[in-house]
Design a protein around this ligand. Sequence first.
Ligand code: NAP
Length: 330
Amino acid sequence: MTTLNQPEKGKLLIYGATGYTGTMICREAARRGLDFEIAGRSEEKLSELSRQLNVVYHVFSVDDKPGWEKSLRGKTCLLNVAGPFSETAEPAMEACITHHVHYVDITAEVNIYQLAESKDLAAQGAGVMILSGAGLFSTYDPLVVHTAKRVKNPVALRAAFQYSGGFTPGSIASSGNIIDAGILVRRNGSIEKLTDAKPSYFDFGNGAQECFPTPLGAVVLCYKSTGIPNIEEFFQMALPAATEKSDLETIQNDQTSEGRSRILAEITGADGSIVRSIAITPAGYMPTVTASVEVASRVLNGFFKSGFQSPASVFGEKLLESFEVEIIDL
Ligand SMILES: NC(=O)c1ccc[n+]([C@@H]2O[C@H](COP(=O)([O-])OP(=O)(O)OC[C@H]3O[C@@H](n4cnc5c(N)ncnc54)[C@H](OP(=O)(O)O)[C@@H]3O)[C@@H](O)[C@H]2O)c1
């Protein structure tokens, strides 16, 4: 159950603050008036950002336990934005459990969601929440919960993400981990790795589009929020990938119909009925920035569930109301 057990606003630590996404998240946290400090491994970048935002900074590598102890003191929540998360999530989650601080990250790496799931009992014992995937899944997961409510007894989810935007070096490094995970699906409640998965077609509103089987993480996160026993996921790039920041910024500001990302959730009920809902969001990384700061803000205000959680398992479908997102029920 979601509990409000802190009358005062808590304090946030943002680790990986000086990356492309981390910097945008810090600016959004400052704009919203969150009480936060920043951390990472690069002194020069941190001191500059700390000067710009007038916040305290901590320099330590992710495996530096005394560094975590000192920087997490007095904090309510860690927002880990340092990726690839295969390098940072485990020590950061462990530090949070040890020091009784809630953990939130923005990873897109499915094996990190499984790692978070494996910390469930330890996190419950420490009375903290481990919420991995507060980026894309802050929209994706509540969309699935919303769509699942439109059928009686949902038994299967097929979801497709049409991404409009570029990728930073951190995301490119992370995408290697996503590909290495293989094509994961959930069948009759268990995760299976497919050796032979075929593309499928989804209509995001402008005709059927070919999408490729990709383990985005619903097999872990949407299973947590809905318990739907059969889950498959697909991905399509709407615009060519860009690696330069200027390209990313251009794409971020492209709010035409083409410059939007879309998530389609298709749910089958036990009676064979099929419903589809689409979420349309701004392009690029801005939805992750808005979402992760919103989630962190809620945690600072005492809204959490102990143990492993997904965005919708703790905040439900209503989380969508906090974002710039259009939902279309087909
Ligand atoms: N799911 C989503 O919706 C979503 C959206 C955006 C981003 N992301 C993910 O967020 C992560 C960061 O993205 P980004 O755009 O900020 O990438 P970026 O610009 O390349 O920045 C990566 C950041 O992580 C830090 N970092 C990387 N490895 C580290 C390590 N071993 N120890 C400590 N710090 C480390 C970097 O520190 P230095 O500056 O010192 O190198 C930098 O601050 C990526 O994994 C990306 O996939 C997810």
